[in-house]
Structures are given as structure tokens and as C-alpha cells.
Design a binder for this molecule. Structure first.
Ligand SMILES: [Mg+2]
Length: 357
């Protein structure tokens, strides 16, 4: 059994509504699909370009897959999984999106060859998971209306994008809390939009207003580990690291510094499934729970992310609503959504069939 060929193609999906965070506005979801082929089987992976977070764009992801990663996989036996994962990881520094696409394709292939769903291949024990719903940053009244709709659609946890003007942020959260009532869980994501001082001031105001916020994600710049720790030590609402966490080394640093209360793991930051699981396991040893999130990704890579979440008891929160935000992503099979519930496939691997090009 050998990997004998690969295929790469780009897909674009126009969004019904732009997705807005403190870092960017996106109106078209794009991804590069990477397929690995043996004589009788295909493994599929994908990665979106998220320049403002990972630094990876489409030409860069494609070049890394073709020139750095493919030569390491060509002619190899997919059953030698750990050996090949190490090859992918060492094929280039950084370039985590390309590595994630390759790892997902390789894991899909290996699980298919074993004729089990990927979530079972990874040792997962449950098929159903619950995700939050993201509300794009906007005027308070618009966010309140979006939040009301999400709750009407069955979501119990909302993740509000903030970090664009600290004054307006407080009004945004107040408007949403008023709109959805007390029973809905609210978490915030500032996407690096505040300085440490702004974060501390804003979060203290949120606390004083008793808005019942579960956690605040990435209040300060990605590289500002000291600022992250300073915020954590000066507020009561728990703080989650997202853009500060890419590698296992980042996780070691954040955990040793006690710089945050939670970690947000994404396959496009870790370079795929193996490091995502390693971080979740490491964090468990420090008593720190993890969230599994994603970029604006289709069901190809989000099904892989959900499989990772199903496999780790220390992944206690999910932010895997991207395929819902995208709408019809032209992917047959993979995970299914039932309001806020995610159901993993029964078919082998990612359970994905035809992908529209
Ligand atoms: Mg985030």
C-alpha cells in the first residue's frame, strides 16, 4: 500500500452575510483542498487562508504542500502514520495551514483504510457534541438581533465578537444580554483588539454590570504573553488564549507562566490533529480545559476538528459553527448539524463523499 498521487484544488463559497471580527471582514470563504491517493482509496484535507492569524495565504499553502510536504509522502505507506506525521511536521517551519491540510488528508486516508470513522480512529467515544454560535462584531442593536435569531435557532451559548472600541464593547454585550435573557451562556472574543489596560478596564466594567460572562478570549495581542497574564491576574472573568497559542511550545509557555485560564486549539494553528491532541493532553496535566475552534472553514476540516474534540475529555467547549456561518459548502457527508448539536459521521474517515469544485 503506497501513496501514489495527490491533487490540489481551490474552492470559493460566497457568504450570505460577511463575517466580521476585530481583525477582518470576510465575504467569501476560500479553501485549498488536498487529496492523497493510494490505488483504491483517497484521503481528503483542506485549509483556508487566514493571513491575519496564521500568515498563510493560498499560494503559500499550495507551494508548501507541493514542494515541501508532498515529496515526504510520495511512495510512503499510510499505515506508518506517526513516521509520516513527523515528516509533515519537519517539512517546513511554520506553515501550519498547509501542514493541517496534509495531516487531515493522511488521517482520513488511514482511518478509511482501517474502515472506521476518524473520531473512532482517534479513540473518541461520542458522536454528538454541542457547539456555540458566533455573533459578528457590529452595532449593539444588530448584534442583539443576531443573538436573538441564534437563540431562536436553538443555540444555548453565544460567542460575541468584540474588541472594536472598548466603549462600544460594553454596550454590545449589554444589548445582547438584554435581548437573550439570563439563561443563555455568553462568551466574548476580543481577537487581540485591546491593550492590557483597556482589557482590564473593560472586563471590570462587564463584571460590575453583572452581565454573566463565561470567559473572554484573546484580549491582547498574540505575542503579548505578559499582557495576557496581567489581564488574567486583574479580573475575575476567566481568560482564554487563542491567537497566542499555535505550537506545543506556546502551550508549554502559557501553562508554565499561568498566563490564561483556558486554551483555544485550532487545527490551522497547530498544524493538524496530532499537535492539537498533544496540547489538549498537556493542558489536562496542568488542570486547564480547552476549547476546540476553527477558522472560517468548510465541513472538510471542521469534521476533523470535531473528531479531535470527540477524542479528548479535556476539550470541554466547542466553537465549531463555521460551516453554519458558511451555509451550503458544497461538501457531501462529513459532520451534520442539528441546531446547536453536531453529529459525527458513521462512514469511515471523515465520511466525506463528493466535494463540489
Ligand atoms: Mg478567537
Amino acid at each position: 500500500m503506497k501513496i501514489i498521487a495527490y491533487e490540489i484544488y481551490q474552492r470559493e463559497i460566497k457568504l450570505a452575510r460577511p463575517f466580521r471580527t476585530a481583525l477582518r471582514t470576510v465575504d467569501t470563504a476560500k479553501e485549498l483542498v488536498f487529496e492523497l491517493k493510494t490505488e483504491n482509496e483517497v484521503g481528503i484535507g483542506a485549509a483556508p487562508p487566514t493571513e491575519v492569524i496564521t500568515g498563510d495565504n493560498l499560494p503559500g499553502i499550495k507551494a508548501t504542500l507541493e514542494n515541501q510536504i508532498w515529496p515526504e509522502l510520495e511512495g510512503q505507506n499510510p499505515a506508518n502514520l506517526n513516521y509520516l506525521l513527523n515528516k509533515i511536521s519537519c517539512a517546513a517551519v511554520n506553515n501550519t495551514s498547509a501542514k493541517a491540510a496534509a495531516e487531515i488528508a493522511l488521517f482520513d486516508l488511514a482511518a478509511r483504510l482501517n474502515q472506521v470513522p476518524l473520531w473512532q480512529f482517534l479513540g473518541g467515544r461520542k458522536r454528538e457534541l454541542v457547539t456555540d454560535m458566533t455573533i459578528s462584531v457590529d452595532e449593539p442593536v444588530v448584534m442583539a438581533e443576531d443573538a436573538r435569531k441564534a437563540v431562536a435557532n436553538g443555540f444555548e451559548t453565544l460567542k460575541l465578537k468584540v474588541g472594536v472600541g472598548p466603549k462600544l464593547d460594553l454596550a454590545r454585550v449589554k444589548a445582547v444580554r438584554e435581548a437573550v435573557g439570563q439563561d443563555i451562556n455568553l462568551r466574548l472574543d476580543a481577537n487581540q483588539g485591546w491593550t492590557a489596560n483597556q482589557a482590564i478596564n473593560t472586563i471590570k466594567k462587564l463584571e460590575a454590570a453583572e452581565l454573566g460572562i463565561e470567559l473572554v478570549e484573546q484580549p491582547v495581542a498574540a505575542a503579548d504573553f505578559k499582557g495576557l497574564k496581567e489581564v488574567k491576574e486583574n479580573v475575575l472573568i476567566p481568560i482564554m488564549a487563542d491567537e497566542s497559542l499555535f505550537s506545543l511550545q506556546d502551550a508549554v509557555r502559557l501553562l508554565e507562566m499561568q498566563a490564561c485560564d483556558y486554551l483555544n486549539i485550532k487545527l490551522m494553528k497547530t498544524g493538524g490533529i496530532s499537535t492539537a491532541l498533544a496540547i489538549a493532553n498537556l493542558a489536562e496535566n496542568y488542570g486547564i480545559e480547552c476549547m476546540l475552534g476553527s477558522m472560517l472553514e468548510s465541513r472538510i476540516s471542521v469534521t476533523a476538528a470535531a473528531a479531535v474534540a470527540a477524542a479528548s475529555a479535556n476539550i470541554t467547549r466547542l466553537d465549531l459553527d463555521a460551516p453554519i456561518l458558511i451555509g451550503d459548502d458544497g461538501v457531501e457527508g462529513g459532520l451534520a448539524y442539528n441546531n446547536n448539536r453536531l453529529v459525527l459521521p458513521e462512514k469511515s474517515g471523515l465520511g466525506i463523499g463528493v466535494v463540489n469544485r
